[in-house]
Design a protein around this ligand. Structure first.
Ligand SMILES: [Mg+2]
Length: 262
C-alpha cells in the first residue's frame, strides 16, 4: 500500500529529469493531466481560466506520440472547449463524463439518474445563498460547483454551514471541498482515480500500463494512488500529505516537464 507524505519531501521531477526521461523512453507513458492549476493558472473567475498557446502546442505535439487524457473537475464540454484539442481524451466532472476521439463517450449511468435531484438542490441553494455576496454557481452535468473565492472572509463559515444543512437533506449527494470551491456530487463511488483506471484500460492493452499523472489538488490524490508502476506528479501543494511520487513547483515547471517529454 502506497504511503502519503509531506509534499516538501517529494523529489523534484525537474531535478530528476534525466532519470525520468530514461524511464519514459523505454516505457511510453499514458499521460494524464489535470487542467486548473496544472495546465492553466488558477484565476479569480473560474470562467476566465485558459491555457497559453505554448502549453496548448506542447500538449498537441505530445498527443501525436502519446495517449493523453485531461482529467478535470470541470464539466466535460467546458474542459473540452478550454483545451480545444481533438485527438485526446477528456474526463469531465471528475470522471463522471468521459469522451475521446472518434466519438468515444461514456457517462456514468447511476449519475444519469440523479439529474433531477441536482436541479432541485441547485434551486434551493441559489435561494439560501442569495444573501451572500460573491457566490458563484457552476452547474456541470453531474456536479454542482459553488465557488467562494470572492466571498468575504467573515461570510465563509455561514456559506459552509448553509450548504452543509441543505446537503444533509439529500442522502444521495455529498459535498467535497477544493480550492475555494465546494462541489456537490452524487454519492457514487467514482472519482478521478476511477476515471484514470477506466482510461488506462481503454487506452492500453497492457494490464498495468505505465502512466503519469500531473495534478495540483486534493482530488488528484485519488489518481496518484492508481499510478501503479507509473508516477504521480504533484504541482505545487494543496496543504495535505500527498500520494505523488514527484513534485513540480508550478505550472511553469509543468510546461518545462512536458516539453522535455517531446
Ligand atoms: Mg487542479
Amino acid at each position: 500500500m502506497k504511503q502519503s507524505q509531506d509534499p516538501k519531501k517529494l523529489p523534484s521531477a525537474i531535478e530528476n529529469l534525466e532519470v525520468l526521461k530514461k524511464k519514459f523512453s523505454t516505457n511510453k507513458p499514458l499521460i494524464f493531466l489535470d487542467f486548473d492549476g496544472t495546465l492553466a493558472p488558477i484565476v479569480e473567475n473560474h470562467e476566465d481560466a485558459g491555457m497559453d498557446n505554448e502549453t496548448k502546442e506542447i500538449v498537441k505535439q505530445l498527443s501525436e506520440n502519446y495517449a493523453i487524457a485531461v482529467v478535470s473537475g470541470r464539466g466535460l464540454s467546458d474542459v473540452r472547449n478550454k483545451v480545444g484539442l481533438q485527438d485526446i481524451y477528456y474526463a469531465g466532472s471528475h470522471g463522471f463524463e468521459i469522451a475521446g476521439p472518434n466519438n468515444f463517450e461514456k457517462d456514468n449511468e447511476e449519475a444519469q439518474k440523479m439529474l433531477p435531484v441536482f436541479d432541485e438542490i441547485e434551486e434551493k441553494l441559489q435561494e439560501k445563498l442569495s444573501a451572500i455576496e460573491g457566490v458563484r454557481f457552476e452547474r456541470k452535468k453531474f456536479t454542482l460547483a459553488i465557488h467562494y473565492r470572492q466571498v468575504s472572509e467573515e461570510k465563509i463559515s455561514e456559506f459552509h454551514s448553509i450548504i452543509e444543512n441543505v446537503v444533509e437533506e439529500y442522502p444521495k449527494l455529498h459535498k467535497g471541498d477544493g480550492k475555494k470551491v465546494v462541489e456537490i456530487k452524487p454519492n457514487i463511488e467514482w472519482h478521478k482515480g476511477k476515471a484514470v483506471n477506466f482510461l488506462r484500460k481503454e487506452l492500453s492493452t497492457a494490464t498495468n500500463p505505465f502512466s503519469i499523472y500531473l495534478g495540483d489538488d486534493t482530488t488528484d490524490e485519488d489518481a496518484f494512488r492508481e499510478m501503479g508502476n507509473g508516477y504521480g506528479i504533484l504541482v505545487g501543494e494543496h496543504g495535505n500529505d500527498s500520494y505523488a511520487d514527484y513534485r513540480v513547483e508550478n505550472i511553469t515547471e509543468v510546461k518545462r516537464f512536458l516539453k522535455e517529454l517531446l
